[in-house]
Design a protein around this ligand. Structure first.
Ligand code: PEP
Length: 251
């Protein structure tokens, strides 16, 4: 049985001081999560990665992006060795905001996933369709392409280390969450694609989260469902109160 995962994506929010303030007093929450076999994760801004890493334990601290090359003339980017040096072992890849604003293609996501897996790090790979694609009935086609390119030609032993997040773009930060039925249907479709690529055992062990306007008021309806292994949460992960309510609703 797969354990549940609650992952916060802070996006471009919180200074170092605010991240430190969040980290202080987090240990009760971490203990509660681990006693219920729930994995907690937070992806802060780059500047707060080291702060959170130093001042928390028992929680996965992830970057919101990473480059697939280790160094070079790529202004504004960070690399896998930079993350490793400060003890970070996970990164979000292909978040829709990066796909939209930073030309993050499926092919680039694939290179990033490969680089992270080479270092035994965890890629949290985001997939999902835009509103226009959703309205045109293209959800499965879009998501299948994202999965097939992103996860192409990997060592099957590595694939179960990847966490996939299904995040319909039209539901991120809009307050319009996808219904549980849609989330479940697309997530089980993703699992079928993974099965087709890597077999049943890998498909049964890979974690697939839902993300998009998840709040304490709606998280339980998603996570009561065995197909959905957890949530990637933006806005509602920003205060300790709300993050802890999210956790309490899923344990
Ligand atoms: C996200 O940033 O991945 C996200 C799901 O945001 P929100 O929860 O605010 O919709």
């Amino acid at each position: 049985m797969r354990n549940k995962i609650l992952f916060g994506n802070w996006k471009m929010n919180k200074t170092n001081a605010e991240a430190l303030e969040f980290a202080n007093g987090l240990s009760d929450l971490v203990e509660l999560a681990s006693s219920h076999n729930v994995v907690l994760g937070i992806a802060p801004s780059y500047l707060a990665l080291e702060t959170l890493k130093k001042h928390t334990s028992g929680i996965v601290i992830a970057s919101q992006n990473v480059h697939y090359l280790d160094h070079g003339a790529y202004t504004g980017e960070i690399s896998v060795p930079m993350l490793k040096e400060i003890g970070i072992n996970a990164s979000i890849i292909g978040h829709s905001e990066r796909r939209t604003y930073d030309n993050e293609t499926n092919e680039k996501c694939h290179l990033k996933i490969v680089r992270l897996l080479q270092e035994n790090m965890i890629p949290l790979y985001c997939v999902g369709e835009t509103l226009e694609q959703f309205e045109n009935g293209l959800t499965k086609e879009v998501v299948e392409e994202q999965i097939r390119i992103g996860l192409n030609n990997l060592d099957s032993a590595d694939v179960s280390k990847i966490i996939i997040a299904y995040e319909p773009v039209w539901s991120i930060g809009t307050g319009k969450n996808a219904s549980v039925e849609i989330a479940r249907e697309v997530i089980s479709f993703i699992r079928n694609v993974v099965e087709d690529m890597y077999g049943l055992n890998v498909a049964n062990s890979i974690h697939i989260l839902y993300g998009g306007s998840v709040k304490p008021e709606n998280i339980d309806s998603y996570l009561l469902n065995d197909d959905i292994d957890g949530a990637l949460v933006g806005g509602a992960s920003l205060t300790k109160e709300s993050f802890s309510l999210l956790l309490k609703k899923i344990i």
